[in-house]
Ligand binder design. Structure first.
Ligand SMILES: CC(C)(COP(=O)(O)OP(=O)(O)OC[C@H]1O[C@@H](n2cnc3c(N)ncnc32)[C@H](O)[C@@H]1OP(=O)(O)O)[C@@H](O)C(=O)NCCC(=O)NCCS
Length: 195
């Protein structure tokens, strides 16, 4: 038997083993996580727009333009954390995570941020979100945040499972909270304490 046949078999056996264990179905890919810059806007939009177009994962319902995304990154609060995951193989943006303060009208919520996480459709279950979560938790603590409070669509179990995997707890359901493509959607309210 040729060496490569053996390696392929070992690889396939490993993939089957993790599938049977209900774990990651793809090999984990190491990405480079760093703060987003305005020049990442095009890469971010390439990740985000197909997810918006799918219509089932996010409450965002309008495709993002590169210019709007660039100015969002440029004007985001310096207290927030906006991370991109870069594939070292080709330098492309394969995911991003944005955590921002939830209120500017009072200091009562200065310790709380929200969070959104997006990974390119073709790159799911490769551990990319997990690497973003790890980097963002650390950066958020450094910036003085103690708690993340956010919403996920109640009809998006993958999202909920991902956040729960990273220690988020369900604290409620906001009923008919979003209306997307003419349909009401409940939102699951989730929280994680960072300290
Ligand atoms: C949710 C999302 C960010 C997950 O990204 P990802 O890179 O695929 O997640 P990871 O590979 O790091 O998975 C981490 C863990 O989350 C859970 N998880 C992720 N995808 C899952 C799935 N399809 N089924 C069950 N659990 C899943 C698992 O516990 C997984 O750990 P494991 O693979 O070791 O079992 C991605 O699916 C996505 O972009 N969805 C669309 C946008 C969205 O819904 N965002 C959340 C609301 S803002």
């Amino acid at each position: 038997m040729r060496q490569c046949d053996l390696s392929e078999r070992v690889f396939n056996d490993r993939v089957m083993a993790v599938r049977e264990a209900g774990k990651t179905t793809m090999p984990v890919v190491t990405v480079h996580v760093r703060e987003a810059t305005p020049d990442d806007a095009e890469g971010i939009v390439k990740v985000l727009n197909p997810i918006i177009e799918a219509g089932t994962y996010t409450v965002l319902d309008t495709l993002m333009t590169v210019d709007t995304q660039r100015s969002y990154v440029l004007n985001a609060s310096p207290r927030g954390v906006f991370h991109v995951a870069i594939d070292p193989a080709d330098g492309s943006v394969v995911g991003f995570q944005n955590a921002q303060p939830i209120a500017a009208y009072t200091h009562a919520f200065d310790h709380v941020c929200d969070m959104g996480t997006y990974v390119a459709l073709a790159r799911w279950r490769q551990g990319i979100a997990s690497q973003l979560f790890r980097a963002s938790f650390e950066a958020l603590v450094t910036k003085g945040f103690e708690k993340i409070h956010t919403f996920v669509r109640a009809d998006n179990p993958v999202s909920l499972q991902t956040y729960q995997h990273h220690g988020f707890q369900i604290v409620g359901v906001a009923v008919r909270h979003a209306r997307v493509l003419g349909r009401y959607v409940d939102e699951t309210i989730i929280e994680k304490f960072l300290l």
